[in-house]
Design a binder for this molecule. Structure first.
Ligand SMILES: Nc1ncnc2c1ncn2[C@@H]1O[C@H](COP(=O)(O)OP(=O)(O)OP(=O)(O)O)[C@@H](O)[C@H]1O
Ligand SMILES: Nc1nc(=O)c2ncn([C@H]3C[C@H](O)[C@@H](CO)O3)c2[nH]1
Length: 222
């Protein structure tokens, strides 16, 4: 029996629109927003200049930051029956590390990941956003973060493929710890949740349906 608040996580490659959708859903549902730490990662801008050289520090920083954020969210929000919308799922650590670390590093990173992630709260619902590579590149360029200006198209392509592998229905149960989440997969290459009312209704309806399918199992009434 689930006795925590509802936990929704949004995932997808860089520029897929996770933060945009997390803000929208959070406003609609009145949950607490959990935002990923980006600018605070002291290795990220160096990482983009030399991925091999800075990958280990970068991945380690992201992992331990997310572990701490999720521990806090569990203690302060979910365990008090309040809902959370997060603009990431911790599995993204494995997705990125799988393409940035060498095999030996990845093997050890995964062991540490499993040890820490086992005890963390797992989302009830994951919205997996996918867009084609051209759209991702365009959105990354238009957002114009300084450290993403030289973004390599192959890197985004590899990430998209890695996401596809992790969210493939056949690999879900191997890649997610704990209870299997409800996965809502949306290709938002041609959707605009912010400015198009029918696109917004489309995603909100899907999320509401998923939440109501959890309803009977929840002790909390959010
Ligand atoms: N559906 C959409 N249609 C058009 N533009 C969008 C859409 N969703 C997001 N954008 C724009 O694309 C850019 C990236 O969106 P956002 O920051 O939400 O992506 P993200 O997945 O959170 O990225 P990151 O992985 O880097 O954190 C932003 O400039 C945002 O305004
Ligand atoms: N290497 C690496 N590992 C991660 O776990 C990770 N999570 C996010 N990012 C990068 C992508 C965007 O530039 C920016 C915002 O998502 O941060 C990551 N990079």
């Amino acid at each position: 029996m689930n006795n925590k608040g509802i936990f929704i996580a949004i995932e997808g490659p860089i520029g897929a629109g996770k933060t945009t959708l997390a803000n929208l859903l959070n406003d609609y549902l009145g949950y607490t927003l959990l935002r990923e730490i980006v600018e605070e990662n002291p290795f990220l801008s160096k990482f983009y200049t030399d991925i091999k050289e800075y990958a280990l520090q970068t991945e380690a920083f992201f992992l331990f930051n997310r572990v701490k954020q999720l521990e806090d969210v569990n203690k302060n929000i979910l365990s008090k029956c309040n809902g959370v919308v997060s603009d990431y799922h911790i599995v993204k650590n494995l997705i990125f590390a799988g393409i940035t670390l060498d095999n030996n590093q990845f093997h050890r990173y995964k062991q540490v990941y499993n040890i820490f992630v086992n005890d963390l709260p797992q989302p009830d619902i994951i919205i997996y956003l996918n867009s084609n590579t051209d759209v991702l590149m365009r959105r990354i360029a238009s957002r114009d973060r300084s450290f993403e200006r030289q973004m390599d198209r192959n890197y985004i392509d590899n990430l998209r493929n890695e996401y596809k592998y992790y969210f493939n229905p056949l690999s879900i149960k191997h890649n997610f710890t704990g209870k299997e989440p409800i996965i809502i997969e949306v290709d938002n290459s041609d959707l605009d949740f912010l400015n198009n009312q029918s696109d917004k209704k489309y995603i909100i309806d899907k999320v509401e349906k998923a939440i109501s399918s959890l309803g009977g199992n929840l002790e909390c009434s959010n």
